[in-house]
Ligand binder design. Structure first.
Ligand code: ATP
Ligand code: MG
Length: 425
Protein backbone atom coordinates (compact mmCIF):
# COMPACT_ATOMS: atom_id res chain seq x y z
CA UNK A 1 0.00 0.00 0.00
CA UNK A 2 1.18 3.54 -0.71
CA UNK A 3 2.33 5.36 2.39
CA UNK A 4 -0.01 8.14 3.46
CA UNK A 5 1.35 11.63 3.79
CA UNK A 6 0.74 13.14 7.21
CA UNK A 7 0.26 16.73 8.35
CA UNK A 8 3.32 18.59 9.65
CA UNK A 9 3.96 18.02 13.36
CA UNK A 10 2.35 20.72 15.47
CA UNK A 11 0.06 21.83 12.64
CA UNK A 12 -3.54 20.75 13.10
CA UNK A 13 -6.50 20.02 10.90
CA UNK A 14 -9.71 21.58 12.15
CA UNK A 15 -12.25 18.81 11.52
CA UNK A 16 -15.96 19.32 10.79
CA UNK A 17 -16.79 18.16 14.32
CA UNK A 18 -14.69 21.02 15.69
CA UNK A 19 -15.12 23.77 13.15
CA UNK A 20 -18.51 24.68 14.65
CA UNK A 21 -16.87 25.87 17.88
CA UNK A 22 -14.23 27.71 15.90
CA UNK A 23 -16.80 29.50 13.76
CA UNK A 24 -18.85 30.40 16.79
CA UNK A 25 -15.76 31.79 18.54
CA UNK A 26 -14.69 33.71 15.42
CA UNK A 27 -18.17 35.11 14.74
CA UNK A 28 -18.55 36.22 18.35
CA UNK A 29 -15.18 37.95 18.17
CA UNK A 30 -16.25 39.76 14.99
CA UNK A 31 -19.43 40.96 16.68
CA UNK A 32 -17.61 42.21 19.76
CA UNK A 33 -14.85 44.10 17.94
CA UNK A 34 -17.46 45.70 15.69
CA UNK A 35 -19.39 46.81 18.77
CA UNK A 36 -16.31 48.82 19.80
CA UNK A 37 -15.83 50.28 16.33
CA UNK A 38 -12.66 48.36 15.47
CA UNK A 39 -11.85 47.57 11.83
CA UNK A 40 -10.06 44.57 10.37
CA UNK A 41 -6.55 44.71 8.90
CA UNK A 42 -5.42 41.71 6.84
CA UNK A 43 -1.72 41.39 6.16
CA UNK A 44 0.32 38.71 4.34
CA UNK A 45 1.35 35.58 6.24
CA UNK A 46 4.93 35.95 4.97
CA UNK A 47 7.08 39.02 5.70
CA UNK A 48 10.74 40.03 5.47
CA UNK A 49 12.70 38.33 8.25
CA UNK A 50 14.11 41.72 9.27
CA UNK A 51 10.67 42.92 10.31
CA UNK A 52 10.48 40.41 13.14
CA UNK A 53 14.12 40.70 14.13
CA UNK A 54 13.78 44.45 14.50
CA UNK A 55 10.48 44.42 16.36
CA UNK A 56 10.31 41.32 18.53
CA UNK A 57 13.98 41.56 19.46
CA UNK A 58 17.03 39.42 18.68
CA UNK A 59 17.26 37.99 22.20
CA UNK A 60 13.77 36.55 22.50
CA UNK A 61 12.54 32.96 22.32
CA UNK A 62 10.73 33.74 19.10
CA UNK A 63 13.64 35.19 17.14
CA UNK A 64 16.33 33.02 18.69
CA UNK A 65 14.72 29.67 18.03
CA UNK A 66 11.11 29.65 16.93
CA UNK A 67 10.83 31.33 13.54
CA UNK A 68 10.10 29.56 10.27
CA UNK A 69 12.64 31.39 8.16
CA UNK A 70 13.65 30.49 4.60
CA UNK A 71 15.22 32.00 1.51
CA UNK A 72 12.82 32.37 -1.38
CA UNK A 73 13.86 31.80 -4.98
CA UNK A 74 15.33 35.30 -5.18
CA UNK A 75 17.49 34.68 -2.15
CA UNK A 76 15.47 37.04 0.09
CA UNK A 77 15.09 35.93 3.67
CA UNK A 78 11.39 35.53 4.47
CA UNK A 79 9.62 34.43 7.63
CA UNK A 80 6.19 32.97 8.32
CA UNK A 81 4.74 35.49 10.76
CA UNK A 82 5.20 34.35 14.38
CA UNK A 83 2.84 37.11 15.58
CA UNK A 84 1.02 39.97 13.93
CA UNK A 85 1.79 43.22 15.76
CA UNK A 86 4.92 43.84 13.71
CA UNK A 87 2.99 43.25 10.47
CA UNK A 88 0.24 45.66 11.55
CA UNK A 89 2.79 48.37 12.31
CA UNK A 90 4.59 47.66 9.03
CA UNK A 91 1.33 47.94 7.08
CA UNK A 92 0.21 50.99 9.07
CA UNK A 93 3.45 52.82 8.31
CA UNK A 94 3.50 51.72 4.69
CA UNK A 95 -0.03 52.97 4.02
CA UNK A 96 0.09 56.09 6.17
CA UNK A 97 -2.54 54.86 8.63
CA UNK A 98 -0.73 55.77 11.81
CA UNK A 99 0.99 59.14 11.81
CA UNK A 100 -1.14 61.86 13.35
CA UNK A 101 -4.18 59.58 13.46
CA UNK A 102 -6.09 57.35 15.78
CA UNK A 103 -6.64 53.79 14.62
CA UNK A 104 -8.40 50.86 16.21
CA UNK A 105 -7.80 47.69 14.28
CA UNK A 106 -8.14 43.93 14.72
CA UNK A 107 -6.85 40.82 12.96
CA UNK A 108 -7.31 37.09 13.10
CA UNK A 109 -5.36 34.29 11.47
CA UNK A 110 -2.60 31.70 11.60
CA UNK A 111 0.82 32.32 13.20
CA UNK A 112 3.87 30.04 13.07
CA UNK A 113 6.43 29.18 15.73
CA UNK A 114 8.75 26.18 15.83
CA UNK A 115 8.05 25.22 19.45
CA UNK A 116 7.72 21.83 21.12
CA UNK A 117 4.14 20.81 20.35
CA UNK A 118 2.00 20.01 23.40
CA UNK A 119 -1.50 20.75 24.65
CA UNK A 120 -2.18 24.42 23.97
CA UNK A 121 1.12 24.90 22.12
CA UNK A 122 1.39 24.27 18.40
CA UNK A 123 3.57 25.20 15.44
CA UNK A 124 0.73 26.64 13.43
CA UNK A 125 -1.70 28.32 15.79
CA UNK A 126 -4.23 31.12 15.48
CA UNK A 127 -4.42 34.49 17.09
CA UNK A 128 -7.04 37.14 17.28
CA UNK A 129 -5.69 40.52 18.29
CA UNK A 130 -6.38 44.23 18.41
CA UNK A 131 -3.93 47.09 17.90
CA UNK A 132 -4.67 50.73 18.59
CA UNK A 133 -2.52 53.64 17.48
CA UNK A 134 -2.28 57.30 18.34
CA UNK A 135 -3.83 57.24 21.81
CA UNK A 136 -1.59 57.91 24.75
CA UNK A 137 -3.78 57.83 27.83
CA UNK A 138 -4.82 54.89 29.98
CA UNK A 139 -8.39 55.21 28.65
CA UNK A 140 -7.42 53.13 25.63
CA UNK A 141 -5.46 50.60 27.72
CA UNK A 142 -8.67 50.13 29.71
CA UNK A 143 -10.76 49.90 26.53
CA UNK A 144 -8.81 46.99 25.05
CA UNK A 145 -8.99 45.22 28.41
CA UNK A 146 -12.76 45.83 28.57
CA UNK A 147 -13.11 44.49 25.05
CA UNK A 148 -11.35 41.26 26.02
CA UNK A 149 -13.44 41.00 29.20
CA UNK A 150 -16.60 41.31 27.12
CA UNK A 151 -15.45 38.31 25.07
CA UNK A 152 -15.09 36.18 28.20
CA UNK A 153 -18.60 37.24 29.12
CA UNK A 154 -19.94 36.24 25.72
CA UNK A 155 -18.24 32.84 25.97
CA UNK A 156 -19.43 32.42 29.60
CA UNK A 157 -15.87 31.84 30.83
CA UNK A 158 -15.33 35.03 32.86
CA UNK A 159 -15.05 33.25 36.20
CA UNK A 160 -12.23 31.06 34.88
CA UNK A 161 -9.91 33.88 33.87
CA UNK A 162 -7.83 36.20 36.00
CA UNK A 163 -6.41 39.48 34.76
CA UNK A 164 -2.80 40.21 35.70
CA UNK A 165 -1.37 43.65 35.04
CA UNK A 166 1.96 45.36 35.47
CA UNK A 167 3.78 48.43 34.26
CA UNK A 168 7.22 48.27 32.66
CA UNK A 169 7.67 52.03 32.89
CA UNK A 170 9.84 54.14 30.63
CA UNK A 171 13.11 53.04 29.01
CA UNK A 172 15.04 54.86 31.72
CA UNK A 173 13.03 53.22 34.52
CA UNK A 174 13.65 49.82 32.98
CA UNK A 175 17.37 50.53 32.68
CA UNK A 176 17.58 51.50 36.36
CA UNK A 177 15.62 48.44 37.33
CA UNK A 178 17.74 46.22 35.10
CA UNK A 179 20.86 47.25 36.97
CA UNK A 180 19.29 46.34 40.32
CA UNK A 181 17.99 43.06 38.96
CA UNK A 182 21.34 42.04 37.50
CA UNK A 183 22.97 42.76 40.85
CA UNK A 184 20.39 40.51 42.53
CA UNK A 185 20.63 37.69 39.97
CA UNK A 186 24.43 37.63 40.04
CA UNK A 187 24.25 36.65 43.69
CA UNK A 188 22.07 33.67 42.80
CA UNK A 189 23.84 32.41 39.68
CA UNK A 190 24.07 28.87 41.06
CA UNK A 191 20.27 28.63 41.13
CA UNK A 192 19.70 29.77 37.53
CA UNK A 193 19.35 27.44 34.55
CA UNK A 194 21.31 27.73 31.32
CA UNK A 195 18.70 29.87 29.58
CA UNK A 196 18.50 32.29 32.48
CA UNK A 197 22.29 32.59 32.74
CA UNK A 198 22.42 33.51 29.08
CA UNK A 199 19.58 36.01 29.57
CA UNK A 200 21.35 37.49 32.56
CA UNK A 201 23.90 38.78 30.04
CA UNK A 202 21.69 39.54 27.08
CA UNK A 203 18.22 40.44 28.41
CA UNK A 204 17.99 40.13 32.21
CA UNK A 205 14.31 41.12 32.48
CA UNK A 206 13.42 37.96 30.63
CA UNK A 207 14.74 35.88 33.55
CA UNK A 208 11.59 36.99 35.41
CA UNK A 209 9.58 35.40 32.61
CA UNK A 210 11.26 31.99 33.01
CA UNK A 211 8.89 29.02 32.89
CA UNK A 212 11.29 26.94 35.01
CA UNK A 213 9.77 26.55 38.51
CA UNK A 214 13.26 26.28 40.11
CA UNK A 215 14.25 29.60 38.61
CA UNK A 216 10.95 31.09 39.72
CA UNK A 217 11.56 29.84 43.25
CA UNK A 218 15.05 31.32 43.27
CA UNK A 219 13.83 34.80 42.40
CA UNK A 220 10.82 35.16 44.68
CA UNK A 221 12.26 38.17 46.46
CA UNK A 222 13.80 39.85 43.41
CA UNK A 223 13.45 43.63 43.35
CA UNK A 224 10.14 44.82 41.97
CA UNK A 225 9.82 46.82 38.77
CA UNK A 226 6.99 48.83 40.23
CA UNK A 227 9.37 50.43 42.75
CA UNK A 228 11.40 51.84 39.84
CA UNK A 229 8.60 53.40 37.81
CA UNK A 230 9.08 56.96 36.57
CA UNK A 231 6.38 59.38 37.83
CA UNK A 232 4.55 59.58 34.46
CA UNK A 233 4.36 55.81 34.11
CA UNK A 234 3.30 55.45 37.73
CA UNK A 235 0.47 57.91 37.12
CA UNK A 236 -0.55 56.15 33.90
CA UNK A 237 -0.67 52.88 35.81
CA UNK A 238 -2.68 54.24 38.71
CA UNK A 239 -5.17 55.91 36.33
CA UNK A 240 -5.55 52.61 34.51
CA UNK A 241 -6.23 50.82 37.77
CA UNK A 242 -8.81 53.44 38.81
CA UNK A 243 -10.52 53.04 35.49
CA UNK A 244 -10.59 49.25 35.71
CA UNK A 245 -11.98 49.60 39.24
CA UNK A 246 -14.74 51.90 38.09
CA UNK A 247 -15.76 49.42 35.39
CA UNK A 248 -15.74 46.60 37.92
CA UNK A 249 -12.88 44.73 36.23
CA UNK A 250 -10.94 42.72 38.79
CA UNK A 251 -7.20 42.29 38.42
CA UNK A 252 -4.05 41.24 40.22
CA UNK A 253 -0.94 43.40 40.00
CA UNK A 254 1.89 41.01 39.14
CA UNK A 255 5.27 42.77 39.41
CA UNK A 256 6.89 39.77 37.63
CA UNK A 257 4.90 40.16 34.47
CA UNK A 258 7.33 41.29 31.74
CA UNK A 259 6.08 39.50 28.57
CA UNK A 260 8.32 37.69 26.13
CA UNK A 261 8.63 40.37 23.48
CA UNK A 262 10.98 43.33 23.63
CA UNK A 263 8.74 46.08 22.37
CA UNK A 264 6.51 46.63 25.38
CA UNK A 265 6.61 49.64 27.72
CA UNK A 266 4.28 50.83 30.50
CA UNK A 267 1.12 48.68 30.66
CA UNK A 268 1.42 44.92 30.16
CA UNK A 269 -1.31 42.42 30.93
CA UNK A 270 -2.28 38.78 30.64
CA UNK A 271 -5.51 36.87 31.10
CA UNK A 272 -4.64 33.52 32.66
CA UNK A 273 -6.58 30.43 33.58
CA UNK A 274 -5.76 27.51 35.85
CA UNK A 275 -7.97 25.20 33.78
CA UNK A 276 -5.52 24.47 30.96
CA UNK A 277 -2.43 23.22 32.78
CA UNK A 278 0.90 24.79 31.89
CA UNK A 279 -0.39 26.71 28.87
CA UNK A 280 -2.60 28.98 30.95
CA UNK A 281 -2.17 32.33 29.21
CA UNK A 282 -5.11 32.86 26.89
CA UNK A 283 -4.57 36.53 26.07
CA UNK A 284 -1.60 38.84 26.42
CA UNK A 285 -0.82 42.39 25.50
CA UNK A 286 0.37 45.80 26.42
CA UNK A 287 1.62 49.18 25.35
CA UNK A 288 4.37 49.53 22.74
CA UNK A 289 4.89 53.25 22.27
CA UNK A 290 8.33 52.86 20.68
CA UNK A 291 7.62 50.27 18.02
CA UNK A 292 6.17 52.46 15.29
CA UNK A 293 9.29 54.61 15.26
CA UNK A 294 11.56 51.60 15.64
CA UNK A 295 10.07 50.26 12.40
CA UNK A 296 10.70 53.49 10.53
CA UNK A 297 7.45 55.41 11.10
CA UNK A 298 6.90 58.69 12.93
CA UNK A 299 6.55 58.05 16.64
CA UNK A 300 3.05 57.06 17.76
CA UNK A 301 1.72 55.58 20.99
CA UNK A 302 0.16 52.13 20.64
CA UNK A 303 -1.47 49.44 22.71
CA UNK A 304 -2.90 46.03 21.83
CA UNK A 305 -3.21 42.38 22.70
CA UNK A 306 -3.25 38.94 21.10
CA UNK A 307 -5.21 35.91 22.17
CA UNK A 308 -4.62 32.29 21.27
CA UNK A 309 -7.74 30.85 19.68
CA UNK A 310 -6.68 27.22 20.28
CA UNK A 311 -6.41 27.93 24.00
CA UNK A 312 -9.76 29.69 23.99
CA UNK A 313 -11.41 26.77 22.20
CA UNK A 314 -9.68 24.29 24.54
CA UNK A 315 -10.96 26.21 27.54
CA UNK A 316 -14.53 26.25 26.21
CA UNK A 317 -14.30 22.51 25.52
CA UNK A 318 -12.66 21.71 28.86
CA UNK A 319 -15.37 23.58 30.72
CA UNK A 320 -18.00 21.77 28.62
CA UNK A 321 -19.50 24.99 27.37
CA UNK A 322 -19.94 23.89 23.77
CA UNK A 323 -23.74 23.69 24.15
CA UNK A 324 -23.67 27.41 23.28
CA UNK A 325 -22.43 26.52 19.80
CA UNK A 326 -25.21 26.60 17.18
CA UNK A 327 -26.27 23.18 15.85
CA UNK A 328 -24.82 22.39 12.43
CA UNK A 329 -28.21 21.06 11.31
CA UNK A 330 -31.64 22.21 12.50
CA UNK A 331 -34.04 20.45 10.14
CA UNK A 332 -33.64 17.08 8.41
CA UNK A 333 -35.89 16.46 5.41
CA UNK A 334 -36.84 12.88 4.61
CA UNK A 335 -38.55 11.86 1.38
CA UNK A 336 -40.14 8.45 1.03
CA UNK A 337 -40.26 7.43 -2.60
CA UNK A 338 -39.22 9.24 -5.73
CA UNK A 339 -42.11 11.70 -5.89
CA UNK A 340 -41.98 12.64 -2.20
CA UNK A 341 -38.20 12.97 -2.33
CA UNK A 342 -38.35 15.51 -5.15
CA UNK A 343 -41.16 17.39 -3.43
CA UNK A 344 -39.17 17.47 -0.16
CA UNK A 345 -36.17 18.82 -2.06
CA UNK A 346 -38.26 21.68 -3.45
CA UNK A 347 -39.80 22.37 -0.06
CA UNK A 348 -36.30 22.58 1.43
CA UNK A 349 -35.32 25.19 -1.18
CA UNK A 350 -38.42 27.19 -0.32
CA UNK A 351 -37.57 27.03 3.41
CA UNK A 352 -34.05 28.29 2.62
CA UNK A 353 -35.56 31.17 0.62
CA UNK A 354 -37.74 32.25 3.54
CA UNK A 355 -35.50 31.35 6.49
CA UNK A 356 -31.92 31.68 5.22
CA UNK A 357 -30.40 31.25 8.70
CA UNK A 358 -31.97 27.82 9.23
CA UNK A 359 -29.69 24.86 8.58
CA UNK A 360 -31.63 22.38 6.48
CA UNK A 361 -30.28 19.05 5.26
CA UNK A 362 -31.96 16.78 2.70
CA UNK A 363 -31.82 13.04 2.92
CA UNK A 364 -29.97 11.66 -0.09
CA UNK A 365 -29.73 8.06 -1.26
CA UNK A 366 -33.31 6.85 -0.69
CA UNK A 367 -34.21 3.97 1.62
CA UNK A 368 -37.13 3.22 3.89
CA UNK A 369 -38.34 5.32 6.81
CA UNK A 370 -36.24 3.43 9.33
CA UNK A 371 -33.04 4.05 7.38
CA UNK A 372 -33.85 7.70 6.81
CA UNK A 373 -34.71 8.25 10.47
CA UNK A 374 -31.42 6.68 11.49
CA UNK A 375 -29.55 9.22 9.37
CA UNK A 376 -31.76 12.01 10.68
CA UNK A 377 -30.91 11.03 14.23
CA UNK A 378 -27.20 10.95 13.48
CA UNK A 379 -27.34 14.39 11.85
CA UNK A 380 -28.14 16.01 15.20
CA UNK A 381 -31.15 17.86 13.77
CA UNK A 382 -33.74 18.77 16.37
CA UNK A 383 -36.61 18.50 13.89
CA UNK A 384 -37.27 15.93 11.18
CA UNK A 385 -39.85 16.52 8.49
CA UNK A 386 -41.30 13.19 7.40
CA UNK A 387 -42.64 13.34 3.88
CA UNK A 388 -44.33 10.51 1.99
CA UNK A 389 -46.87 10.38 -0.84
CA UNK A 390 -49.76 11.13 1.47
CA UNK A 391 -48.09 14.29 2.82
CA UNK A 392 -47.47 15.45 -0.74
CA UNK A 393 -51.09 14.78 -1.58
CA UNK A 394 -52.32 16.80 1.40
CA UNK A 395 -49.68 19.54 1.19
CA UNK A 396 -48.45 18.97 4.73
CA UNK A 397 -45.54 17.45 6.63
CA UNK A 398 -45.19 15.35 9.72
CA UNK A 399 -42.93 17.04 12.23
CA UNK A 400 -40.93 14.77 14.54
CA UNK A 401 -39.22 16.28 17.57
CA UNK A 402 -35.85 14.64 18.15
CA UNK A 403 -34.92 16.26 21.45
CA UNK A 404 -38.23 16.40 23.26
CA UNK A 405 -40.74 13.85 24.45
CA UNK A 406 -43.47 15.33 22.34
CA UNK A 407 -45.88 13.59 19.94
CA UNK A 408 -45.31 14.30 16.28
CA UNK A 409 -47.39 17.03 14.68
CA UNK A 410 -48.97 17.53 11.30
CA UNK A 411 -48.15 20.97 9.90
CA UNK A 412 -49.56 22.43 6.72
CA UNK A 413 -46.99 23.68 4.21
CA UNK A 414 -48.80 27.04 4.29
CA UNK A 415 -47.87 27.57 7.93
CA UNK A 416 -44.58 25.65 7.94
CA UNK A 417 -42.29 28.71 7.74
CA UNK A 418 -44.09 30.34 10.60
CA UNK A 419 -43.89 27.14 12.63
CA UNK A 420 -40.14 26.72 11.98
CA UNK A 421 -39.24 30.33 12.64
CA UNK A 422 -41.08 30.18 15.95
CA UNK A 423 -39.56 26.87 16.93
CA UNK A 424 -36.01 28.03 16.26
CA UNK A 425 -36.37 31.59 17.55
P1 ATP B 1 3.68 31.60 26.04
O1 ATP B 1 4.14 32.22 27.29
O2 ATP B 1 2.50 30.67 26.25
O3 ATP B 1 4.75 31.01 25.21
P2 ATP B 1 3.90 33.98 24.52
O4 ATP B 1 4.34 34.92 25.53
O5 ATP B 1 4.88 33.38 23.58
O6 ATP B 1 3.06 32.78 25.20
P3 ATP B 1 2.46 35.83 22.84
O7 ATP B 1 3.50 35.86 21.82
O8 ATP B 1 2.19 37.02 23.66
O9 ATP B 1 2.62 34.55 23.75
O10 ATP B 1 1.08 35.37 22.16
C1 ATP B 1 -0.19 35.69 22.69
C2 ATP B 1 -1.03 34.45 22.89
O11 ATP B 1 -0.96 33.58 21.77
C3 ATP B 1 -0.58 33.56 24.03
O12 ATP B 1 -1.05 34.04 25.25
C4 ATP B 1 -1.23 32.24 23.66
O13 ATP B 1 -2.60 32.23 24.01
C5 ATP B 1 -1.09 32.23 22.17
N1 ATP B 1 0.08 31.45 21.74
C6 ATP B 1 1.38 31.84 21.71
N2 ATP B 1 2.16 30.86 21.24
C7 ATP B 1 1.33 29.81 20.96
C8 ATP B 1 1.54 28.50 20.42
N3 ATP B 1 2.74 28.06 20.06
N4 ATP B 1 0.46 27.69 20.29
C9 ATP B 1 -0.78 28.12 20.62
N5 ATP B 1 -1.04 29.34 21.12
C10 ATP B 1 0.00 30.18 21.28
MG1 MG C 1 6.05 31.63 23.69
Amino acid sequence: MTKQIQAIRGMNDCLPTESGVWQWVENTIREVVASYGYQELRTPIVESTDLFKRSIGEVTDIVEKEMYTFDDRNGDSLTLRPENTASCVRAGNEHGLIYNQQQRIWYMGPMFRHERPQKGRYRQFHQFGVETFGIQGPDIDAEVILLSARLWQRFAISEHLVLEINSLGSNQARADYKAALVEYLKQRKDKLDEDSLRRLESNPLRVLDSKNPDVQAAITDAPSLIDYLDPESAEHFSKLRERLDSFGIQYRVNPRLVRGLDYYNRTVFEWVTTSLGAQGTVCAGGRYDGLVEQLGGKSSPAVGFAMGIERLVLLIQTLELTSQVPDPINVYMTGLGEKAELWAGKLAEQIRDSLPKLRVQNHCGGGNLKKQMKRADKSGASIVLVIGDQEVEENQVQVKFMREQKPQELVSVDTLNEFLSQYFS
